[in-house]
Design a protein around this ligand. Structure first.
Ligand code: PRP
Length: 212
Protein backbone atom coordinates (compact mmCIF):
# COMPACT_ATOMS: atom_id res chain seq x y z
CA UNK A 1 0.00 0.00 0.00
CA UNK A 2 1.31 3.43 -1.03
CA UNK A 3 2.31 5.80 1.81
CA UNK A 4 -0.20 8.64 2.05
CA UNK A 5 1.03 12.20 1.72
CA UNK A 6 -0.85 14.46 4.15
CA UNK A 7 -1.36 17.94 2.76
CA UNK A 8 -2.84 20.85 4.72
CA UNK A 9 -4.38 23.68 2.72
CA UNK A 10 -5.60 27.14 3.78
CA UNK A 11 -9.39 27.43 3.55
CA UNK A 12 -10.47 30.11 1.09
CA UNK A 13 -9.44 31.49 -2.27
CA UNK A 14 -5.72 30.85 -1.87
CA UNK A 15 -6.29 27.23 -0.85
CA UNK A 16 -8.59 26.62 -3.80
CA UNK A 17 -5.96 27.96 -6.16
CA UNK A 18 -3.34 25.73 -4.55
CA UNK A 19 -5.63 22.71 -4.89
CA UNK A 20 -6.17 23.51 -8.61
CA UNK A 21 -2.41 23.41 -9.08
CA UNK A 22 -2.04 20.18 -7.13
CA UNK A 23 -4.84 18.61 -9.15
CA UNK A 24 -3.07 19.57 -12.37
CA UNK A 25 0.16 18.19 -10.93
CA UNK A 26 -1.44 14.75 -10.55
CA UNK A 27 -2.70 14.90 -6.95
CA UNK A 28 -6.42 15.01 -7.66
CA UNK A 29 -8.97 14.21 -5.01
CA UNK A 30 -12.29 14.44 -6.91
CA UNK A 31 -14.49 14.40 -3.77
CA UNK A 32 -13.13 17.89 -2.93
CA UNK A 33 -15.21 19.23 -5.82
CA UNK A 34 -18.47 17.95 -4.29
CA UNK A 35 -19.00 21.19 -2.38
CA UNK A 36 -19.40 19.43 0.97
CA UNK A 37 -18.32 21.04 4.24
CA UNK A 38 -16.04 18.16 5.14
CA UNK A 39 -12.52 19.14 6.17
CA UNK A 40 -10.66 15.94 5.29
CA UNK A 41 -10.57 14.38 1.81
CA UNK A 42 -8.48 11.52 0.52
CA UNK A 43 -7.64 9.70 -2.65
CA UNK A 44 -5.73 6.49 -1.82
CA UNK A 45 -4.99 5.83 -5.52
CA UNK A 46 -3.14 9.14 -5.84
CA UNK A 47 -1.63 8.59 -2.35
CA UNK A 48 -2.86 11.93 -1.05
CA UNK A 49 -5.00 13.19 1.83
CA UNK A 50 -6.05 16.85 2.14
CA UNK A 51 -7.08 18.85 5.24
CA UNK A 52 -8.60 22.33 5.13
CA UNK A 53 -7.74 24.62 8.05
CA UNK A 54 -7.72 28.31 8.86
CA UNK A 55 -4.83 29.92 6.89
CA UNK A 56 -3.01 31.08 10.01
CA UNK A 57 -3.08 27.50 11.41
CA UNK A 58 -1.47 25.72 8.41
CA UNK A 59 2.08 26.01 9.75
CA UNK A 60 1.07 24.53 13.12
CA UNK A 61 -0.23 21.34 11.46
CA UNK A 62 2.97 21.04 9.44
CA UNK A 63 5.30 21.83 12.35
CA UNK A 64 3.57 19.21 14.54
CA UNK A 65 3.75 16.61 11.77
CA UNK A 66 0.01 16.05 11.41
CA UNK A 67 0.53 17.21 7.85
CA UNK A 68 3.66 16.41 5.83
CA UNK A 69 3.38 19.49 3.65
CA UNK A 70 1.19 22.56 3.39
CA UNK A 71 0.87 26.02 1.92
CA UNK A 72 1.21 29.11 4.09
CA UNK A 73 1.71 32.81 3.45
CA UNK A 74 5.18 34.22 4.08
CA UNK A 75 3.49 36.60 6.57
CA UNK A 76 2.55 33.66 8.81
CA UNK A 77 6.03 32.14 8.51
CA UNK A 78 7.71 35.42 9.46
CA UNK A 79 5.32 36.08 12.32
CA UNK A 80 5.30 32.64 13.97
CA UNK A 81 8.71 31.30 12.82
CA UNK A 82 7.52 27.67 12.73
CA UNK A 83 10.24 25.01 12.67
CA UNK A 84 9.51 23.76 9.13
CA UNK A 85 11.28 23.68 5.77
CA UNK A 86 10.25 26.29 3.23
CA UNK A 87 10.55 24.46 -0.08
CA UNK A 88 9.06 26.66 -2.79
CA UNK A 89 7.78 30.17 -3.43
CA UNK A 90 4.54 29.46 -5.30
CA UNK A 91 4.51 32.97 -6.75
CA UNK A 92 0.87 33.66 -6.02
CA UNK A 93 -1.07 35.05 -3.09
CA UNK A 94 1.16 38.06 -3.66
CA UNK A 95 0.77 41.08 -1.41
CA UNK A 96 3.01 43.09 0.91
CA UNK A 97 3.36 43.78 4.59
CA UNK A 98 3.32 47.54 4.98
CA UNK A 99 3.22 50.39 7.43
CA UNK A 100 0.19 52.60 6.76
CA UNK A 101 -1.06 55.82 8.34
CA UNK A 102 -3.69 58.54 7.86
CA UNK A 103 -2.85 60.62 4.79
CA UNK A 104 -1.84 63.66 6.90
CA UNK A 105 0.37 61.68 9.33
CA UNK A 106 3.88 63.06 10.04
CA UNK A 107 6.18 60.95 12.20
CA UNK A 108 7.82 62.72 15.15
CA UNK A 109 10.95 60.68 16.00
CA UNK A 110 11.07 62.16 19.54
CA UNK A 111 7.81 60.41 20.41
CA UNK A 112 7.15 56.71 20.90
CA UNK A 113 5.23 55.51 17.86
CA UNK A 114 2.06 53.50 18.56
CA UNK A 115 1.61 50.63 16.12
CA UNK A 116 -1.57 48.55 15.81
CA UNK A 117 -1.16 45.15 14.17
CA UNK A 118 -1.99 41.47 14.05
CA UNK A 119 1.68 40.85 13.23
CA UNK A 120 3.43 41.94 16.42
CA UNK A 121 6.67 40.00 15.83
CA UNK A 122 7.08 41.32 12.29
CA UNK A 123 6.39 44.87 13.50
CA UNK A 124 8.79 44.56 16.46
CA UNK A 125 11.62 43.17 14.32
CA UNK A 126 11.06 45.82 11.66
CA UNK A 127 11.17 48.80 14.03
CA UNK A 128 14.04 47.29 16.06
CA UNK A 129 16.08 47.18 12.85
CA UNK A 130 15.42 50.90 12.41
CA UNK A 131 16.12 51.65 16.08
CA UNK A 132 12.65 53.18 16.42
CA UNK A 133 10.95 53.14 19.82
CA UNK A 134 7.40 51.78 19.51
CA UNK A 135 4.40 50.76 21.56
CA UNK A 136 2.59 47.77 20.03
CA UNK A 137 -1.15 47.28 20.25
CA UNK A 138 -2.18 43.79 19.23
CA UNK A 139 -5.48 43.57 17.33
CA UNK A 140 -7.19 40.60 15.68
CA UNK A 141 -8.70 42.23 12.59
CA UNK A 142 -10.10 45.40 11.00
CA UNK A 143 -6.72 46.95 11.79
CA UNK A 144 -7.37 49.95 9.52
CA UNK A 145 -9.80 51.43 11.98
CA UNK A 146 -7.15 51.89 14.73
CA UNK A 147 -5.48 55.09 13.42
CA UNK A 148 -8.83 56.50 12.31
CA UNK A 149 -10.13 56.35 15.86
CA UNK A 150 -6.84 57.46 17.39
CA UNK A 151 -5.99 54.10 18.95
CA UNK A 152 -2.61 54.10 17.17
CA UNK A 153 -0.43 56.35 14.99
CA UNK A 154 0.17 53.73 12.30
CA UNK A 155 -0.67 50.13 11.42
CA UNK A 156 1.43 47.25 10.14
CA UNK A 157 -0.79 45.13 7.95
CA UNK A 158 -1.20 43.27 4.70
CA UNK A 159 -1.91 45.35 1.62
CA UNK A 160 -3.08 43.56 -1.48
CA UNK A 161 -5.03 45.84 -3.84
CA UNK A 162 -4.81 48.86 -1.52
CA UNK A 163 -8.60 49.26 -1.61
CA UNK A 164 -9.10 48.93 2.15
CA UNK A 165 -6.49 51.64 2.81
CA UNK A 166 -7.94 53.99 0.19
CA UNK A 167 -11.47 53.61 1.46
CA UNK A 168 -10.31 54.48 4.95
CA UNK A 169 -8.13 57.47 3.93
CA UNK A 170 -4.88 55.71 4.81
CA UNK A 171 -1.64 55.66 2.80
CA UNK A 172 1.26 53.24 2.68
CA UNK A 173 4.20 54.85 4.48
CA UNK A 174 6.76 52.06 3.97
CA UNK A 175 6.81 48.50 2.67
CA UNK A 176 8.10 46.07 5.30
CA UNK A 177 8.38 42.91 3.19
CA UNK A 178 6.82 41.35 0.07
CA UNK A 179 4.59 38.33 0.75
CA UNK A 180 3.58 35.27 -1.29
CA UNK A 181 2.42 31.69 -0.72
CA UNK A 182 5.09 29.13 0.22
CA UNK A 183 5.12 25.35 0.10
CA UNK A 184 6.35 24.12 3.48
CA UNK A 185 7.27 20.68 4.82
CA UNK A 186 7.55 19.00 8.19
CA UNK A 187 11.23 18.31 8.92
CA UNK A 188 10.85 14.62 9.87
CA UNK A 189 8.45 13.94 7.00
CA UNK A 190 10.99 15.45 4.62
CA UNK A 191 13.37 12.64 5.67
CA UNK A 192 10.88 9.77 5.57
CA UNK A 193 8.78 10.82 2.59
CA UNK A 194 11.49 12.69 0.74
CA UNK A 195 10.78 11.18 -2.65
CA UNK A 196 7.04 11.90 -2.54
CA UNK A 197 7.61 15.46 -1.28
CA UNK A 198 10.30 16.18 -3.88
CA UNK A 199 7.86 14.98 -6.55
CA UNK A 200 5.32 17.58 -5.43
CA UNK A 201 7.99 20.30 -5.43
CA UNK A 202 9.21 19.35 -8.92
CA UNK A 203 5.70 19.24 -10.38
CA UNK A 204 4.61 22.50 -8.74
CA UNK A 205 7.83 24.21 -9.83
CA UNK A 206 7.26 23.01 -13.42
CA UNK A 207 3.88 24.75 -13.40
CA UNK A 208 5.55 27.98 -12.26
CA UNK A 209 7.94 27.80 -15.22
CA UNK A 210 5.01 27.14 -17.58
CA UNK A 211 3.21 30.24 -16.38
CA UNK A 212 6.22 32.57 -16.91
C1 PRP B 1 -6.51 41.82 4.86
C2 PRP B 1 -5.71 42.97 5.44
C3 PRP B 1 -6.43 44.17 4.91
C4 PRP B 1 -6.93 43.70 3.56
C5 PRP B 1 -6.03 44.24 2.48
O1 PRP B 1 -7.62 41.64 5.66
O2 PRP B 1 -5.73 42.91 6.86
O3 PRP B 1 -7.50 44.55 5.75
O4 PRP B 1 -6.87 42.28 3.56
O5 PRP B 1 -6.51 43.95 1.20
P1 PRP B 1 -6.67 45.09 0.08
O6 PRP B 1 -5.38 45.84 0.02
O7 PRP B 1 -6.92 44.30 -1.17
O8 PRP B 1 -7.82 45.95 0.45
P2 PRP B 1 -8.40 40.28 5.77
O9 PRP B 1 -9.40 40.21 4.67
O10 PRP B 1 -7.44 39.16 5.86
O11 PRP B 1 -9.21 40.49 7.14
P3 PRP B 1 -8.78 41.02 8.59
O12 PRP B 1 -9.61 42.26 8.79
O13 PRP B 1 -9.15 39.90 9.49
O14 PRP B 1 -7.31 41.32 8.63
Amino acid sequence: MKKMLNVVLPKGRLGEKVYDRLERAGYACPSIRDGSRKLVFENPEAGVRYFWVKPSDVAIYVERGVADIGVAGKDILLEYQPDVYELLDLGFGRCRMAVAAPVDFRDDPRRTLTVATKFTNIARTYYASKGRDIDIIHLNGSIEIAPILGLSDVIVDIVETGATLRENQLDVVETVVPISARLIANKAAYKFKREAIDDVVTRMAAQLEDSV
